[in-house]
Design a protein. Structure first.
Length: 377
């Protein structure tokens, strides 16, 4: 149903072994320390880049398995405090944005980081986030939400064309004004754009039975219930992004699995089939099992030869293939091949010759289609 290739579901060996070490440490299976062959700074930098450091430090501290390396403990604690301070700022701005939505009569669906902070993690600050993902499915309310973002002085990022953003993409991304610290992704759909044949598979996620209603500090919003959330986040972690690249997203799934007994929730597999996320869910469960078990051979998803350009090309090919009609596919090609000049200047640099910029862009597109064509036979 998803009409995509699992070529994106690959993890390089070094990353997989580091993730396995992280999961072992936070489970208290050994002394928390840099992975063999890594310097202390390199290990801490990896934890920071993967945004898992706050949870790692908190879990290991609670278990008392940080060991005797005072320098490592001090470095982890200092960075933990920095994450906490940043999260407090981001949370404050997220509240302001949600409150503004409520004043406009909008009760949005909040997904990913901000929702996971309050629904899944033992303490909100243990789940870093730098953006606010909100879904407004009603068309009139979505237009009102765009007005809210404008009133808050947020700026929309540039897209190939306005029509491309409105019909092909699932969201519009807003960057904060000076003094605003959280980026906002305003979704009109969870996963697919207006012209995507798969859009109807998002509808089961938006049923009343798949959502929960909340009110905190006078702010009203909705979230996905745990079973639906596990399915949606499995899709997000393994399909929405280029390659399987964040242990933070895998940890989200690990904590969600603890909060819902998937094997006893018969409706989750029905929901998975309706939403086209059954393969993603199974892959997530298998990956968690591989990361949490001791020893064993490397799973098939571990592959050092994975070409990230090939992965990006495949995602592009899938997007084109799922545009719902031939006339709309032709428009997609026009928008993609001939985007607005301002967008190209941002992407390729500010060379003065427009012919050079367009030539470079079109050559890159055709190289991508050639690679994707070879991949798909």
């Amino acid at each position: 149903m998803d009409n995509c290739s699992p070529v994106t579901w690959k993890i390089d060996k070094a990353t997989f072994l580091r993730w396995k070490k992280i999961f072992s440490d936070i489970a208290g299976k050994g002394v928390a320390a840099p992975m063999e062959g890594m310097e202390e700074k390199e290990w801490v930098d990896f934890l920071i880049a993967q945004r898992i450091l706050p949870f790692y430090y908190s879990a290991c501290s609670d278990l008392g398995n940080l060991g005797s390396d005072g320098a490592l403990k001090k470095c982890l604690k200092e960075n933990y405090i920095r994450f906490l301070a940043s999260n407090e700022i981001y949370t404050s701005h997220a509240r302001e944005t949600l409150h503004a939505m409520n004043r406009a009569g909008i009760i949005p669906l909040v997904v990913k980081g901000v929702q996971l902070q309050r629904m899944v993690y033992p303490k909100p600050e243990l789940r870093p986030t730098s953006d606010l993902d909100i879904v407004v499915n009603d068309k009139e309310e979505y237009c009102a939400a765009l007005d809210v973002m404008k009133s808050l002085c947020y700026n929309r990022i540039s897209y190939r064309r306005e029509s491309y953003a409105r019909n092909i993409l699932k969201e519009i991304v807003f960057v904060p004004p000076p003094g605003g610290r959280i980026k906002v992704e305003l979704h009109h759909s969870l996963r697919f754009g207006q012209w995507d044949k798969r859009r109807r598979t998002d509808e089961p996620f938006l049923r009343e039975s798949s959502m929960t209603a909340s009110e905190e500090g006078g702010i009203r919003f909705c979230g996905l219930a745990d079973p639906a959330n596990f399915l949606y986040l499995s899709y997000h972690a393994f399909q929405s992004h280029t390659n399987v690249k964040s242990v933070l997203w895998v940890n989200d799934l690990r904590l969600l699995r603890k909060s819902v007994d998937l094997s006893q929730r018969s409706n989750i597999w029905t929901l998975a089939e309706e939403t086209g996320t059954d393969r993603h869910c199974r892959f997530g469960l298998e990956l968690l099992d591989e990361l949490e078990k001791e020893g064993g051979s490397l799973p098939s998803c571990v592959e050092d030869s994975c070409d990230l350009r090939q992965v990006a090309d495949e995602k592009l090919f899938v997007e084109f293939r799922n545009v719902e009609s031939v006339p709309k596919k032709m428009l997609w090609l026009i928008w993609f091949l001939f985007p607005e000049y301002q967008y190209l200047r941002q992407k390729y640099g500010r060379e003065r010759n427009p012919i050079f910029i367009y030539s470079k862009h079109i050559a890159g597109i055709f190289r991508g289609f050639f690679r994707a064509g070879k991949l798909n036979g």
